[in-house]
Design a binder for this molecule. Structure first.
Ligand SMILES: Nc1ncnc2c1ncn2[C@@H]1O[C@H](COP(=O)(O)OP(=O)(O)OP(=O)(O)O)[C@@H](O)[C@H]1O
Length: 722
């Protein structure tokens, strides 16, 4: 249930982000107009002068626009880009990253500004050939597009003057040639879009693989702490990044080409009129720069808020049963709604900013257009330019306006890319605190005692609490030790240090006289089998779960490990070892025994059992304990079990009592339990009261192995003496 829900939550996010970008798709200015118009139909036009054209969806065939329609390009562009900005960002943000927590807490800085832009461009490097071709095609399609205004102007002059020839050719030939040219332009545009998209996806795939690999190489605590964050970096940020280096770049280039060619053509037609038009460009560009910067800041804040929102939902959906059992749905709805509101407030701010910016730039454009018409009309009346020239000029100015908008869109897109990039690059560049592949390879035949030498340890995320305060102990190879202590005394922490999920702050943990930090973590972990308190089984068959991490394990190895872990139930499953494991299809005890088998199939020298029976009923507990007995009896594995329950503790050859971050007592179970006033007896007294009823009332089935009887004997020893 919980994982389903979490998945749904993520797919909701991805779904929103994967919405086809309305604006970014690279088309010539005319096709851009059509798309924008149709998507802007419901939005009020910011300017009354163009509201009709902006609110009427243009039919797809309406590609050659009138001058008024052309000027609407700028206007609708503004409105649409504004709309796109608002909605695409809100929707993108809705699925974006729980940022910041990890790195800001750790004080690790993300990449910023120029270095991210550089890295962003570096990402595109392997695609440079394809991107080069795409740029060539872009040049072709843009040039063809830029022919349109000139052609329309010439057409108007041709029809109004009754000339015999059009562009020096007979009209049908010229029209045919133009049609062929437009076809070439369209083909180039289509090919460019395909190449750009494919390159973008290749870049995204590459970044995702690298980022995931980098994540897997981090110390386990990193992923534990920021799993949600990492997932959104891998899914959403990489998407934005890919878009940024391909679609955005291509749009920016197209806009640049169109603007340059457009301005040149305008100067060629009438320098005076062009100068009037160009007065608009500098303020709009300046506004775009400030807007882009502000947007980036706002975007990051929104993403952080979205992260918080996702985290809240994910946590509660994962604990859905607890929420339901405590009738906390209204409370949870309120908590979530507060988080949603934070996102909404930020998105609203962004919407206002976007609206004001585009409204202002649209108004400026419209005013400039009016000046152009007034002054242009005057030039026509004194025969300095023709009506066709004025038409071409108006169209070019609309194209240039559209291109400037395109460039600001490119700029803001790039800023988003930089923001997303910095988060992805941070993940890519992060060096693990416990790096893999570094250190000596531990020979499989090597064995020896495990020593904790004056170990001091605090969790990095909770520096104020010292968990181990100079702890020392030695565990001989092939022996079994039960770590005992009150809750929070550090039993699990000892095991985590042994697994090298963390390193001690002071002191050291040695194996056969060598500090385990000197071993490559993988080769050290190869020697360890770990069974966690809450066994994690993955989707897949029983066989796959037992063989997880032991790729060379044969079916015989898996079956043998399953036998050693007392997993006889597997043979009764419908497809035996090939049965698919659903989340709830096995009991706690069965899952625990499968995870013991998984640990055993690696043939470990050291087996860490972290309260492997604490969550089980007495029947399952007996089955798991019987498996542990078998393993301990074999004497060739060092077993370190963290345990509360007497039934588990009694199985170990030696008991180590942890108190106040040090070992307060250590010795054989029977000795400690007989010792008058021992810490162990005090600790166990309370535990015994709890267990007594289960030991005597539940009448557990006789366990496999001799130690089962010993345990009962041992328990009665303690009970008679406490
Ligand atoms: N990942 C973590 N980050 C920060 N503090 C932690 C973390 N894990 C444990 N601690 C803290 O470290 C201390 C020791 O915890 P640990 O889990 O090792 O105790 P324990 O003896 O295994 O407890 P229990 O018997 O309840 O499982 C506790 O105060 C706990 O709150």
């Amino acid at each position: 249930m919980s994982s389903k829900n979490t998945g749904a939550l993520r797919s909701l996010s991805t779904q929103r982000v994967n919405r086809p970008p309305v604006y970014i798709a690279s088309k010539g200015p005319i096709s851009l107009y059509i798309r924008r118009k149709s998507t802007t139909s419901s939005s009020p036009s910011p300017s009354t002068s163009y509201s009709a054209s902006a609110s009427t969806p243009a039919p797809p065939s309406d590609s050659l626009t009138t001058p008024t329609g052309s000027s609407a390009v700028t206007q609708t562009d503004s409105a649409e880009t504004s709309k796109r900005s608002i909605f695409s960002r809100i929707s993108a943000n809705l699925s974006l990253k729980p940022v910041g927590e990890t790195h800001t807490k750790e004080g690790e800085e993300e990449n910023h500004g120029s270095s991210s832009v550089k890295k962003l461009l570096e990402l595109a490097k392997p695609e440079s050939r394809s991107l080069g071709i795409a740029v060539g095609l872009l040049l072709i399609s843009s040039s063809v597009s830029m022919l349109v205004p000139l052609t329309i102007g010439k057409l108007i002059d041709f029809f109004s003057s009754n000339q015999a020839q059009f562009l020096g050719l007979s009209f049908p030939v010229a029209a045919g040639l133009l049609a062929v040219t437009f076809c070439i332009g369209a083909t180039a545009n289509a090919a460019r879009a395909i190449i750009m998209r494919t390159c973008g996806q290749r870049i995204i795939a590459r970044v995702r693989n690298q980022a995931y690999l980098s994540t897997l190489r981090q110390e386990p605590e990193f992923a534990d702490r920021s799993a949600g964050d990492i997932v959104s970096r891998l899914s959403v940020d990489t998407n934005i990044l890919g878009d940024s280096v391909t679609s955005n770049l291509s749009d920016g280039l197209r806009a640049l080409i169109s603007a340059t060619v457009g301005v040149a053509a305008m100067f060629w037609i009438s320098a005076k009129l062009t100068l009037v038009m160009l007065c608009v460009v500098p303020p709009v560009s300046l506004g775009a720069v400030f807007y882009g910067r502000y947007l980036r800041k706002l975007s990051n804040l929104t993403q952080e808020a979205v992260g918080e929102m996702s985290k809240t939902a994910e946590e509660k959906l994962n604990a859905f049963k607890t929420v339901a059992a405590y009738n906390s749905q209204p409370l949870e709805a309120t908590l979530f709604s507060k988080k949603v509101d934070q996102v909404f407030q930020l998105a609203k701010k962004e919407a206002y900013m976007t609206g004001i910016f585009w409204g202002a730039s649209g108004l400026t454009g419209n005013l400039a257009m009016l000046c152009l018409l007034g002054y242009g009309g005057h030039l026509v009346s004194i025969h300095e330019i023709t009506v066709g020239d004025l038409t071409s000029l108006l169209m070019y100015s609309a194209y240039v306006g559209g291109s400037v908008s395109g460039m600001t869109g490119f700029f803001t897109g790039l800023m988003r890319g930089v923001g997303a990039g910095s988060r992805v690059f941070w993940l890519l560049d992060r060096t693990s605190h416990i790096p893999l592949n570094k250190g000596i390879k531990l020979d499989h035949s090597r064995n020896g005692p495990i020593c904790f030498e004056n170990v001091r340890f605090r969790y990095p995320s909770r520096k104020e609490v010292e968990v181990l305060k100079g702890m020392s102990m030695t565990i001989e190879p092939g022996t079994s030790v039960a770590l005992v202590g009150s809750s929070g005394s550090g039993k699990t922490s000892v095991q985590q240090l042994l697994s090298r999920f963390y390193d001690p702050d002071e002191g050291k943990v040695t194996f056969d006289g060598t500090d385990i930090r000197e071993f490559a973590p993988e080769s050290w972990r190869d020697r360890i089998g770990v069974v966690f308190q809450d066994p994690i089984l993955f989707a897949g068959t029983v066989h796959e779960n037992i063989a997880y991490g032991s790729s060379n394990a044969t079916r015989e190895d898996v079956e043998e490990a399953a036998k050693s872990a007392n997993c006889d139930f597997i043979w009764d499953l419908p497809q035996g070892f090939d049965t698919l494991i659903g989340k709830a299809s096995l009991s706690g005890g069965q899952r625990q025994r499968i995870s013991i088998a998984r640990a055993l199939v690696r043939n470990p020298s050291i087996l860490l059992l972290d309260e492997a029976t604490s969550a089980l009923d007495s029947k399952s507990e007996n089955a798991v304990n019987a498996a542990i007995d078998d393993i301990i009896r074999q004497k060739n594995i060092t077993v370190i079990l963290a345990a509360h329950r007497l039934s588990s503790i009694a199985r170990a050859g030696r008991v180590v009592v942890l108190e106040n971050g040090v070992v307060s007592e250590s010795g054989r179970y029977d000795v400690l339990s007989r010792k008058e006033g021992s810490r162990f007896r005090t600790l166990m007294a309370a535990q015994l009261l709890v267990e007594k009823s289960s030991v005597h009332n539940d009448q557990p089935e006789p366990e496999k192995g001799v130690e089962g009887e010993n345990v009962q004997e041992k328990e009665s020893q303690v009970s008679s003496q406490t």
